[in-house]
Write a protein that binds this ligand. Structure first.
Ligand SMILES: [Zn+2]
Length: 133
């Protein structure tokens, strides 16, 4: 890898990390509170069943090293995105966070789909931020 490519990849890596760590405002209309890290999947249901001592392994790809490595990550920091503030996240998703998990139920499917769509929205926001930096 030549020096110019290393410089460009390093720059992309820095702005990507900055975009990932940036605070986000709650997605609820007219709410200006900071968004919390919301789990895409049910932390106290689905994720707990596949963790070991509260951790999971996640593949992270490094452009600088041109390879991927598995990293041990705590359950509070994996499969999350910044969607809503604590109040609105609880109002919207309490049903799937604090009830017995039943994926065959229509309301459960809708709520998980909604979270997945919002996660994709945030990914696109990050990509736009990175591409305009
Ligand atoms: Zn809010």
């Amino acid at each position: 890898m030549n020096k110019q490519i290393k410089i460009e990849l390093s720059f992309i890596d820095r702005i990507t990390q900055k975009a990932k760590k940036a605070n986000r405002i709650c997605l609820e209309n007219n709410c200006s509170d900071n968004a919390i890290n919301s789990h895409i999947l049910q932390k106290n249901g689905i994720l707990n069943t596949i963790t070991t001592n509260g951790h999971l392994y996640m593949l992270k790809v490094s452009m600088m090293e041109a390879q991927g490595k598995f990293h041990k990550i705590g359950i509070n920091n994996i499969f999350t995105f910044k969607g809503f503030c604590n109040k609105h996240d609880t109002l919207l998703f309490d049903y799937i966070e604090n009830n017995i998990f039943n994926i065959t139920e229509y309301k459960t499917k809708i709520l998980f789909c909604y979270r997945a769509v919002l996660n994709e929205l945030r990914k696109k926001n990050k990509s736009i931020l990175i591409s305009t930096t």
